[in-house]
Every structure is written in C-alpha cells, then in structure tokens.
Design a protein around this ligand. Structure first.
Ligand code: C5P
Length: 236
C-alpha cells in the first residue's frame, strides 16, 4: 500500500500541508493510514512524506500506534516524496519489499476511505485484473473548454466516471508504467500511466465517503461524516 502525502494542498487555503490538516482533531494522514492498515488485504503501508518531513511524519504515526504492526493491523513506513505526486509514488514503489506483488495507491487527501473499498480493490486485482480503479457516476454535466473558456464540447455523462483511490495494480504493471512515465507530463493518477502504455484499467464501484478533500467545503463535509461515524460508534 502506497500513500502519496507529500503535497502542499494549496487549494485548501494557507496552512499546514494538506495531509497534516486536522480532521476531528487528528491529521488527515492518520485517518487514512489507520483505515488502510486495518484492511485485511494490506500488509504494509508506505507513506511518501515531504522531503523535510520524514522524521515528523514517522513520529506522528508512531504517536498514533501506526508504525509497528499489531494484530489485525499492518505497520507503516515513511519515505521521502518528490516534487510531483507521480515522483512521490515512484519513490515509495522503489522502497517496497521484493515479495509484494499487489500494490494499492491511495491519496492521503481521501482520509475517510472505507476499509471495504480498500479490500474490494485488492480483491479485484487478486481476481486477475492488472489495474483497478474505483469510480462513481458524475452528477454534473461535464464540458470541455478552450483557452478562452468557450465550450468546445459536452461529454456524454453516461459514459463518465469520477475516479477515486485506492487504485490497485499488479506490481509489475505499476512498475513498468512508472518506468515509462514522462517526468515532464506528470499524471494525476497512476492508472493514467498504465493507460498510456495501452494497459487495461477496470473500474469497480467507488464509495462516496472516499471523496477527496481539496477545497475548504470538503473539510466541512469530512467533519460531518466523521461526526456521524463517531455518533454511530464506528470510530473513536
Ligand atoms: O494535489 P492532489 O490533490 O492531486 O494530490 C493528491 C495526493 O498526492 C495528495 O495526497 C498529495 O499529498 C500527494 N502528493 C504527493 N507529492 C507531491 C504532490 C502531491 O505525494 N509532490
């Protein structure tokens, strides 16, 4: 399991790096790592932290008991990320033990990912797919625009999916895709790198609670989801 968490998250406004923003009093990264490490399919979580933040992130995860593995929960390892998400994932991929043959990549910016989605993506890869992404139908009508913001096309909404993480891959597929990647045209997700090589990427049903915290309103929604889970006794 790889977690790119080295971004600054400027669209959220000024403040700490996005993965370190607080959600219910705990940094988003802690929520994400806790959920991933609890999935049955996950043996190890590798977090790509900002280059100057490896020690701090390791200390943070240790403080929450997430570095060493525990019964029913995988341990976590922190490595230095890069200038782009793509580079952060590539660095984490290089640090995986040799015996790992299925790799999931999950954005720290999706802190409330349900454990069931993590297991479903891993199961689809183990079931034979080379690359698996969770996707949801889109609610808005999506149009493409030109440089002057004039609409150039309206896309067929029925054929569109909003793609989330975790994305799952055979390790060899992901490694090949990253080795062939163009550093000057970084991808915003890992499946795109597989697509560029002509690989087949399968979509499985996503989950609304795996939404990405990008803008300030997303934080409001995340706090509400967390409060609902806490009221239901689902999380501490
Ligand atoms: O910017 P965006 O929301 O697409 O970032 C997705 C994920 O990639 C975030 O979890 C962010 O921390 C991570 N990232 C990274 N290294 C970078 C830039 C982004 O690990 N250089």
């Amino acid at each position: 399991m790889i977690v790119p968490a080295a971004g600054r998250g400027e669209r959220l406004g000024p403040g700490a790096p996005k993965a370190m923003r607080s959600l219910g009093g705990v940094p988003m990264l802690v929520h994400a790592v806790r959920a991933l490490a609890s999935a049955r399919a996950v043996d190890l979580v590798v977090v790509a932290a900002p280059e100057d933040g490896v020690d701090d992130v390791t200390a943070l995860l240790a403080e929450h008991g997430l570095v060493d593995s525990a019964p029913g929960r995988a341990g976590a390892l922190v490595v230095a990320g890069g200038d782009t998400r793509q580079e952060s994932v590539a660095r984490a991929l290089n640090s995986l033990p040799a015996d790992v043959d299925v790799v999931l990549v999950h954005d720290a910016a999706r802190p409330l990912v349900p454990v069931s989605l993590v297991d479903a993506v891993a199961a689809a890869v183990r079931g034979g797919a080379d690359a698996v992404v969770p996707g949801l139908p889109v609610a808005d009508t999506i149009k493409s625009v030109d440089a002057a913001d004039v609409v150039s096309a309206t896309l067929d909404r029925g054929a569109l999916r909003a793609i989330q993480t975790p994305q799952g891959f055979r390790r060899a597929t992901l490694a090949e895709a990253h080795a062939a990647a163009d550093p000057d045209a970084p991808a915003t997700d890992d499946a795109d790198l597989v697509e560029r090589l002509g690989g087949k990427v399968v979509v499985v049903p996503g989950d609304e609670e795996a939404f990405k915290v990008t803008r300030p309103l997303d934080l409001v929604l995340a706090e509400a989801v967390l409060a609902r889970r806490r009221a239901a006794g689902v999380v501490a």
